[in-house]
Write a protein that binds this ligand. Sequence first.
Ligand code: FES
Ligand code: FES
Length: 144
Amino acid sequence: MYTLNVNGVTYQANVTDAETPLLWVLRDVLGLTGTKYGCGIEVCGACTVLIDGQVEHSCVFDVSSAVGKKIVTIEGLSATNSHPVQKAWIQCQVPQCGYCQSGMIMATEGARRAGHHGNEILPELKNVCVCGTYERIRRAVKTL
Ligand code: FES
Ligand code: FES
């Protein structure tokens, strides 16, 4: 059993293997399915979450290492789409299929929390979008 703080809520996660990736705990144990699985090898960024404010790939982050830390997932930004990154994404109609977009938004938010704004955020975004929404992402990020 691991105690996790996710989006300000304390969860008891019934997991036996300390090396279980946080991604599977978020999705399969806690039911927070906004965070997505793409590659599992830290290439695509679909699984991006913030841990103690840092951008992390939850597909390779052991659940045992997440104990005592503050985890923020896409569900934790706002339930009403009122977060600035969510608003920029809506205004610029960024998503196509949407699969990569939770990770894109969380990576963008991580860059903002690191003090980057507007075009400064772009070099921090290494996530992959197979739909090719990069131009709309650039437009949205410029407004932040
Ligand atoms: S699923 Fe984690 S980086 Fe691709
Ligand atoms: S919107 Fe489809 S993968 Fe990015």
